[in-house]
Design a binder for this molecule. Structure first.
Ligand SMILES: Nc1ncnc2c1ncn2[C@@H]1O[C@H](COP(=O)(O)OP(=O)(O)OP(=O)(O)O)[C@@H](O)[C@H]1O
Ligand SMILES: [Mg+2]
Length: 414
């Protein structure tokens, strides 16, 4: 039996706002205005949970759970932050697309965002942060059973790159391969030795250092079923569905002989708790953690996550049994830069001798993706000249063009 305070004597409709940790007290709002609390008069927890709608008869010390429809919908399902694509940005007005519904919001200066960006929108219609510079498709799914897991599976035939295309960083490649292959093929031995199980591996390093590329190459060679999930893509406007997607992927993976689940740009899903996006991602992170904790190492599933902001990854994800193994991708030194150039140019038609040394010595601090751009620029120059062969002059000119673009992009030091 419970006793009630501050309530009139007839029946009332109420909505539970909070519940004490021991479950013996609830606080509620009354539809008629005002509120009150109920305390269990014995040691037992009260039945109603936060969000429930109640019918109360205070004078009889009685309450019942009532249909949610008795309470106005806006309080039953509080608004949440949401994901949207920016369609138009004027100096005072921005138009966003929230999963097909377009809406006008006030333009703000910080954070900076542009047309085509996918952004996180607060419940009061402010841009919180940019999740991706691309407009992302929303993963529209229903319940876990209906999730089309196939769209996250990558076929090895679809992966064009191979180890020969990946330049330098032999120790990174070797470590990544080992960390991924061991739990898939030697989980029994690892367990016998008493080694820390390898469930999750974090690929960290600056943009364009080959994290995604290497994961795909390893997938191509692994006998494992490979799933790739892009962090920003899985953050949909229906958070429950994103969790369902995660569950469906892990369920599917558990049914495979061997599986690799790759989360690209994990920081967008699992930012530090101080981040305002926490509200959105918290349930997803919780789901991911539960799934990672839930599978046995003998399941032969390995989860790889990539980030260029390792500090931005929720620390709960770095605990033992989760993403506690790390492969660090660094900017290439001179030897590695040469190998990146040579390997990424493997399939390109060019004269036998190119001035690699000049380019290698002029590209200190460049990332592999910037180095490979030299080939694209050189190829454009050759094609412009109606040649199908890259000459040393194209190579050198390609290098200076990328250097210029790079300087324009670099932050201006004042
Ligand atoms: N070691 C490498 N050798 C040859 N090419 C490379 C190498 N690393 C990166 N590249 C080139 O750079 C491109 C981008 O690399 P990738 O997308 O793997 O970088 P990333 O580390 O995942 O970057 P981000 O953090 O921005 O996601 C690749 O498609 C490839 O062309
Ligand atoms: Mg990447």
């Amino acid at each position: 039996m419970s006793d009630y305070v501050e309530i009139a004597s007839e029946g009332q409709i109420a909505h539970v706002c909070s519940k004490s940790e021991d479950g013996r007290q609830i606080h509620f709002e009354l539809k008629a205005g005002g509120g009150g609390h109920a305390t269990s008069s014995n040691e037992e927890r009260l039945v109603p949970e936060v969000g429930d709608t109640l019918l109360l008869w205070p004078d009889r010390g009685h309450m019942e759970i009532a249909p949610a429809s008795l309470w106005p919908a806006k309080t039953v399902a509080p608004a949440q932050d949401s994901i949207a694509v920016v369609r138009l940005k004027l100096h005072d007005l921005t138009v966003i697309d929230q999963g097909g519904t377009w809406k006008k919001i006030t333009t703000t200066q910080t954070p900076e965002y542009a047309v085509g960006n996918t952004v996180l929108i607060s419940r009061d219609d402010q841009v919180i942060r940019v999740l991706s510079d691309q407009p992302l498709r929303l993963v529209e799914v229903g319940t876990s059973n209906e999730v089309d897991v196939g769209r996250f599976k990558v076929k090895s035939a679809d992966i064009a790159d191979d180890f020969d295309d990946f330049g330098g960083m032999d120790h990174v490649v070797a470590r990544a391969k080992k960390l991924i292959e061991l739990p898939l093929t030697r989980s029994a031995q690892l367990k016998k030795i008493g080694a820390r199980p390898i469930k999750g591996i974090l690929f960290s390093g600056p943009p364009g250092t080959g994290k995604t590329m290497l994961a795909r190459i390893i997938a191509r060679h692994a006998k494992a079923t490979f799933y790739t999930v892009s962090g920003p893509e899985i953050l949909t406007k229906w958070y429950g569905e994103s969790e369902a997607v995660l569950r469906a992927i892990f369920d599917d993976a558990a049914a495979q002989e061997q599986a690799i689940i790759f989360f690209d740009e994990i920081d967008s899903v699992a930012p530090q708790r101080s981040d305002r996006a926490h509200e959105v991602s918290q349930k997803l992170v919780a789901q991911l953690l539960a799934l990672m904790d839930g599978f046995e190492p003998s399941k032969r599933i390995v989860v790889v996550a990539a980030t260029n902001r390792p500090d931005a990854v929720d620390s709960a994800l770095r605990r033992p049994g989760r993403f506690d193994w790390e492969v660090e991708f660094k900017l290439p030194d001179a030897t590695a830069r040469r190998l990146v150039l040579e390997n990424s140019g493997r399939k390109i038609s060019k004269v036998a001798s190119l001035p690699y040394d000049t380019v290698v010595s002029g590209t200190d601090g460049w990332s592999p993706v910037e180095l490979t751009a030299i080939w694209s620029e050189a190829a454009l120059l050759a094609a412009d000249d109606e040649r199908d062969l890259i000459l040393p002059s194209d190579f050198v000119e390609g290098f200076s063009r990328v250097r210029e673009q790079r300087q324009q992009k670099a932050p201006q030091h004042v």
